[in-house]
Ligand binder design. Sequence first.
Ligand code: DP6
Length: 353
Amino acid sequence: MAGKATYRAHANIAFLKYWGTRDASLNLPYTHSLSMTLSHAHTTTTVAWQEAPGQRDTIVINGQACTGSARARICAHLDRIRTGSARSLTAHVCSRNSFPTSAGIASSASGFCALTLAAHAALQGTVHERDIPALARLARLASGSACRSFHGGFVEWHAGRDHETSRPIQLHDASHWNLHDLVVVVSEEEKAVSSQNGHRLADSSPLLPTRVDYVNHNLADARQALRSHDLQLLGTIAETDAMLMHAVMLTSRPPLLYLNPASIRLMGMIQAWRRQEALPVYFTVDAGPNLHLLCEAATAAQVQDRLSRLEFVQQVIVNRPGPGPVRMAEHLIQQDFQDLDWTFPSAHREPDA
Ligand code: DP6
């Protein structure tokens, strides 16, 4: 129905990560980054626009009214989308994650990808294929990693020089390689410093240039490892990059410590499983304590079995490469806002040639 739309977008895990911004207002990263879109971690978002001058946006996430800085960030993004409309539009947003928000999966990536697409579709009636690059750039302004969730499978976010050239590119679709990502939840505590604020501190670390060099020197090998399904090469590069990113965090001023004793213990165990038993499993970790374990499908059950015996592991979420965003027929907001008079120029309704 015009005026209301629902999208589902999947979160992603980066093998070569985005940390620190060359331009914070545009979220332009220092390096390219490489990620896999996750099959079992998605956000579904309905946006309904209402012509209601002076009314506040309503935002509900996982059944709770969204407040404070999280609300301000979402409203600022809705402003980017409604800018240009002659009407005075209020948004009603309802969003739900398939995974616990504190599980160490970037909900901002799937969240801002789904929000951007649903808000645009609700306003314009449809999302054309040709709109996707501009919408991915728009989502990047809200959350850098969100631009990578615009594609399924394996994705490179090309750092670019400016707003127009900083964009995601799909390297391979989800059927290319059945790589598994096991998210190991060791803590559900909310992190003290958000990634958004963490990025701003990266410049204060003396190790930032070292990490930027590392990513630049290993990007071609990481792409090659993805192309040829080389877990050993990809895993080694990803593990080192995660360590370097945390080294940057630890040496920022003020320092950022996202890992906890359970994360470090698990890192040691994974390295020992590889060294002593030749078990092909590698880890990466974002801005939080929960590790993502990378392994082939054939090894996943064995790794899960080992994890199930560790008393400090609270939950394991098993992911394969997931799809790009999809428009949903079912909405999370049932109400229709009848006072809207949506008439679209015919060009906006025509499917892409
Ligand atoms: C450590 O800017 O996407 O996950 O502030 O949560 O939107 P939010 O984070 P974002 O940074 C993500 C940083 C990272 C690494 C990565 O995904 O590349």
